[in-house]
Design a protein around this ligand. Structure first.
Ligand code: FES
Length: 239
């Protein structure tokens, strides 16, 4: 990273984390290939508006929220075991340090729910991309504890930074970086290869219809309402 990029990264992270020294240094340490993008800091809240607590997250339930834009969906999972940090390598040679889970057990992870293959995503009508808990394996691949996209069978490992296990995706799902504070969890940015520009381009007409304009669909969020995916998506399609 050159000096100008380094300073820019420092500035954006400092703004995002409100100069929380621990988060600042941890996230900064991951900046090998500029794979972290800071966005507006957003508190995760429940549907009643109160801050989401760790105890609100049932193990292996899929929760949905939208970040960093009002139209970009993410999944939040409590995997019920410690998920350690690890190095993620991409096919283009870039790599980044994935921070692992957050919470008292370090079991909580969050990912963009936009498939890294061809951007299938959970809509209000249906979702092809879903988490399969350990006790509910996929009928097709027989795998469990994975995120699987039924559009073309991309499989991702939520315990390993949503790395690709199998299928056509070229990159992991982007990670939503979470920061735990006294009053709850904040989303502070996106780590890895995000798919936002392709997503907004591919679904321009749909998003305009739903949000009124592309600009409105791209608006940054400052609070993220978290809910069970079945409350948002009418038909969760498993395969
Ligand atoms: S869009 Fe998800 S596997 Fe192709």
């Amino acid at each position: 990273m050159d000096r100008r990029s380094f300073i820019k990264t420092c500035t954006t992270i400092a703004v995002a984390s409100m100069v929380d020294a621990k988060v600042f240094s941890e996230v900064l340490a991951q900046q090998k290939d500029s794979m972290f993008q800071a966005y507006k800091r957003a508190l995760l809240i429940k549907e009643d508006g109160s801050p989401l607590k760790e105890s609100d997250l049932k193990p292996h339930e899929t929760y949905i929220f939208f970040y960093p834009h009002v139209a970009t969906p993410c999944y939040l999972l409590n995997l019920n075991e410690e998920i350690p940090a690890q190095d993620i390598s991409l096919k283009d040679g870039k790599s980044y340090k994935w921070p692992g889970g957050v919470g008292s057990k370090k079991s909580i992870v969050a990912y963009s729910a936009i498939c890294a293959h061809q951007w299938s995503y959970p809509t209000k009508g249906y979702s092809f991309i879903n988490y399969y808990p350990p006790d509910k394996p996929s009928d097709t691949t027989k795998k469990a504890g994975i995120i699987q996209c039924c559009a073309h069978l991309a499989l991702y490992d939520p315990k390993k930074g949503a790395s690709v296990i199998d299928g056509p995706a070229e990159a992991p799902l982007a990670t939503i970086v979470l920061q735990e504070e006294k009053d709850g969890f904040y989303a502070i940015g996106v780590l890895g290869k995000d798919q936002f520009s392709q997503f907004f381009e591919t679904y321009r007409a749909d998003l305009r219809q739903q949000y009124g304009s592309t600009a409105k669909a791209k608006e940054p969020v400052d609070k993220c309402t978290v809910m069970e995916v079945e409350k948002y998506v009418k038909e969760v399609i498993r395969c």
